[in-house]
Structures are given as C-alpha cells and as structure tokens.
Write a protein that binds this ligand. Structure first.
Ligand SMILES: Cc1cc2nc3c(=O)[nH]c(=O)nc-3n(C[C@H](O)[C@H](O)[C@H](O)COP(=O)(O)OP(=O)(O)OC[C@H]3O[C@@H](n4cnc5c(N)ncnc54)[C@H](O)[C@@H]3O)c2cc1C
Length: 474
C-alpha cells in the first residue's frame, strides 16, 4: 500500500510521527505543496529559508519529494487519484486558515473513501489539550504553562528516524528551483552565511547550545552582544527539529551533568519553549488576533500615520543606536535578538505611535523565523493590546535598555560601525556628546549618523496621553 505523506512545516525525518506511521504501512509518497491560496503568503526571508530547507529534505528523501505549487485542496485529491492512494497522512498545523483548509481536505478525502490520519509533531502540548477548570482557554501565560501544560503530562517522547523508508518516485513535479523561492536580486548571500537550514543544521545548533549557553541562559539571554540563546527559532518554525527533541535533549543533558530541570537556567529556557506553545495556543483559540486587537479597547487607539518615521525605523535610521542596531541586524541576518525585538517594538508602537500591525508586517517579511502565532502574539504583547501583555504605560527607554543590556556598546558597534569609536558611556545617547568628542570619533550627526527622529521624553508623554484618552473613551 502507498501512503501519501503531505509535508508542511515538518521538514525532518526524525521525530516525525506522520512519516513514521507512513513508513510502517509500506511505500511512502512524500509530497510538498507551495500553497498559493493561503492568504498570508510567506515573506521574503522565509521563502529564502524554505528554498534551502526543501533542498535539504529532498536530498534526505533520496530526491523523491514530489514538489508542487498551487491549491492543496485540488492537488492532494489529484495525486491521490493518479497514484491510487488509499491512505493520506500529515502532521497538524494550528493556524486558523490551515486548520480550516486541512479539515476541508480531510472531509473531501474521506468522502472518496481515502483514509486520513493526522498527528501532533510540532508542539509539546496541543492547543486542544489545555484548558482552565471551567473549560475556557487560558489568557495568561504563567497559569497556562505551570498549571495547564506542566500538569497535563510529559511531552511526547521523540521518535527515531524510520529504519526502513521505501519511497515512491512520482512522475512530474517541480524542482525546488522551479518554485522560484530565491530572490531576483541577490541580497541573500551574506545573510545565508549565518545559517544552515535543514535538519542537520538544526541538530548542530542544538548541540552547540547544549555544550555551553544553556547553563548561563537566565542571566545572559538578555545580552544581545553575547551568543547566549539557541537561535533555533527558524528551525523550529519550519519543523526541521521538534520542540520535543529540544526538550528531551535538555533532559538528557541535565541528567548527564546532574543539573535539576527546575534549576533557573533550564527552567527559564524550557519556559521560552512554553511561550512558543502559548502563542500557538492563543492563535488557535482566538483566530481574530491575526489582524484585530486581542484587547478590543485598543480599537479606539489613535495610531499615527507617519510613513517617514516608519521608513526610518525599518532602515535603522532613527538616531537611537540600540533601535538602529536591531533593525540593521534584522536586515542583514534575517534575525534579531529577543531583547532588541522588544526594544524596537516598544519604540515603534509607543515613541512613534505607529500601529503594531505595521511592525508585524515588516518582521513578517524580514524574519527567517517569521511565525504567524509568535509574531502576532509578541507584537500584541509589546503593544499592550495582547493577552497577558506588557502594560501600555511600561515604555522601554532605548537609552537605559541599551546601557543595561549592551553596557560596552558592542552590539551597537557591530551593526552601527559609524559609532565604533564612541566611548561606552555615550554610545547609547550619542546626541549628548559634545562637538569635540563627536569629531574625535568621526561621527557627524545628521550626516553619517542620524539625529534622533523624536524627543524621547515628549514622545513618551504623547503615548501616555493617547493611552489615557483611549481609556476615557471607553
Ligand atoms: C516583536 C516580536 C516579534 C517576534 N516574532 C517572532 C516570530 O515571528 N517567530 C518566532 O519564532 N519568535 C518571535 N519572537 C519571539 C522571540 O524573539 C524569538 O523566538 C527568539 O528571539 C528566537 O531566538 P532563539 O531561537 O535564540 O531563542 P531562545 O532564547 O533560544 O528560545 C528558544 C525557543 O523558544 C521560542 N521562544 C523564545 N522566546 C519566545 C517568545 N517570546 N515567544 C514565542 N516563542 C519564543 C523560540 O521558538 C525559540 O527558538 C518575537 C518577539 C518579539 C518581541
């Protein structure tokens, strides 16, 4: 019997429940479809990543991945018909549009007498498994994670790669290159030197993280100049590694080192995986949050239209070094450190008073790890409009954040080399330097580095006033 295994964001052979099940049944026809109908198409950076990731998995599948582009709702039944398939399997996705699409396809296939099985492969706890005592979904992270997830039971133990994989070589299909995922203009060469998409690259990165940064994670994860986090996010998004593999690799490492799982560094890292779960959970239960404020009070918030400020933010030309460094890191590498994501987000939404959806859209296009649930939930968290969000009145000051988390200015100087000679005590507030110092450091404000585009104090007050007006209008 041939089983059609439909790959989506599960581009790996090990710990792949759908693939393992298919392999046990007999011959497997692996199919990937670039879905042209889904409304949120991937951004440029994600497409670039996908190209290499598909090359990698196709190689692991002995070049037998059937690659298609179009509408899965017509293409899956077509392939089923063409190859007389009796069995279709996939690993579940939890984004609202994919849930609706997959249940339509399942219904259609069942009506045709085809068996369909789906599996949980990419989450530690499925969004459907966790609920409050009254049956409603959690809206606050800590009880969701500590009272919901951790009490619900241990995550699924990872599966090994199927020992025997008998693959069907289908006719036709496209090559990875024919999907046209690569950019027309060659902006990606340097960017890709930071990454190694695919299952092998993901495993290498995990091993590096376990070998060092894990046991300093709690203190160092906020320092953008230090390589202290795992950088697994794009690999987890594309499913080149499962969170279960990460979870149990950490359990193993802790057993070997005699470190308790609830020690501060380990607990902190595992809870970050929990935030990934929580984001998917929120989006599953509150699908409107992709475009609408989770907290409806923000529907009355007076966002400004200021295209020049938006552009200055996007290009890393705001005159606030930690903000500019973050936006330039994103542009150059397709990644930004989490602490800096929060700083640039707060600056956009609060100091510039621009709608969080504009920031979300830019991140969506530029991030290698762009993930609908994590991106939308995090942007709403930063904006104050989300579930369990940072209160709106907590406005990150980019100067004090810079001084605290990048005390020597190493991160700023990496991405804003024009500030390379500025002493640490002024590197986060360059506008306070006197003319002699600026000249000695080769900085010409307004020429080779911008003047600040807003006054920090006044823009902070403007945000607080707008928030107070919004509350009054309720
Ligand atoms: C405005 C904003 C937008 C964001 N957009 C995305 C996005 O599109 N995709 C994305 O994966 N993450 C997003 N994040 C969350 C977080 O910044 C990244 O997951 C993290 O920086 C990835 O780096 P890492 O793999 O080294 O993380 P680590 O610190 O090594 O964490 C391990 C893993 O936990 C998960 N994780 C960590 N923090 C979070 C978080 N706050 N929310 C959800 N998952 C988390 C990620 O999968 C990450 O790989 C966003 C955060 C902010 C503030």
């Amino acid at each position: 019997m041939t089983t059609l295994y439909w790959l989506r964001n599960d581009l790996r052979l090990s710990d792949n429940p759908a693939l393992s099940y298919a392999a046990e049944q007999g011959t497997v026809l692996p199919v990937y479809i670039l879905d042209k109908r889904i409304s949120r198409q991937m951004g440029a950076a994600s497409l670039r990543w996908l190209h290499d990731s598909l090359e990698s998995i196709n190689k692991d599948l002995q070049g037998k991945l059937l690659i298609l582009a179009g509408d899965p709702q017509t293409l899956i039944p077509d392939v089923v018909h063409q190859y007389d398939i009796e069995n279709v399997v996939w690993n579940r996705l939890y984004e609202p549009e994919t849930v609706a699409r997959d249940s339509d396809i399942k219904k259609q296939l069942l009506e045709q007498g085809v068996q369909v099985r789906s599996f949980n492969a990419n989450h530690l706890w499925q969004p459907t498994e966790i609920a409050k005592k009254d049956g409603t979904p959690y809206k606050v992270f800590t009880p969701y994670y500590r009272k919901g997830c951790l009490v619900a039971g241990q995550p699924r133990f990872p599966l090994a790669k199927p020992e025997v994989l008998k693959l069907l070589q289908a006719d036709g299909g496209l090559s990875v290159s024919e999907l046209n995922l690569l950019p027309a203009v060659n902006w990606d060469e340097k960017m890709m030197s930071y990454w190694h998409p695919g299952e092998a690259g993901a495993k290498e990165l995990l091993a590096d993280f376990l070998a060092g940064p894990l046991f300093n994670y709690k203190n160092e994860r906020n320092l953008p100049a230090v390589r202290a986090t795992s950088r697994l996010s794009p690999h987890l998004h594309f499913g080149e590694l499962s969170p279960n593999q990460v979870w149990y690799a950490i359990v193993d490492k802790c057993n070997i080192e005699g470190v308790a799982l609830d020690s501060p560094d380990v607990d902190c890292y595992l809870s970050e995986l929990g935030w990934r779960e929580f984001s998917a959970y929120l989006l599953f239960h509150f699908p409107q949050m992709v475009t609408q404020n989770f907290n409806e009070k923000f529907d009355k918030f007076p966002w400004r239209a200021a295209p020049q400020h938006l552009q200055a933010w996007q290009k890393g030309q705001t005159g606030f070094p930690i903000v500019d460094a973050g936006m330039r890191e994103l542009w150059a590498t397709g990644y930004m450190h989490n602490r800096v994501r929060m700083i640039v987000g707060s600056f956009l939404v609060k100091n510039l008073l621009l709608d969080w959806r504009q920031g979300e859209a830019w991140f969506w296009d530029c991030l290698m790890d762009a993930d609908l649930a994590s991106n939308v939930a995090s942007w709403q968290w930063v904006a104050g409009s989300g579930a369990d969000a940072a209160p709106y009145f907590r406005i990150f000051n980019p100067v004090t954040q810079g001084e605290k988390f990048d005390p020597d200015g190493d991160y700023v100087k990496t991405w804003c080399p024009e500030l390379g000679k500025v002493p640490p005590k002024l590197v986060h507030k360059i506008w306070e330097a006197d003319a002699n110092l600026l000249s000695a450091c080769g900085v010409k404000l307004g020429q080779n580095y911008p003047n600040p585009i807003v006054d920090l104090k006044a823009s902070r007050q403007r945000a607080l006033d707008a928030f107070a007006d919004m509350k009054e209008a309720q």
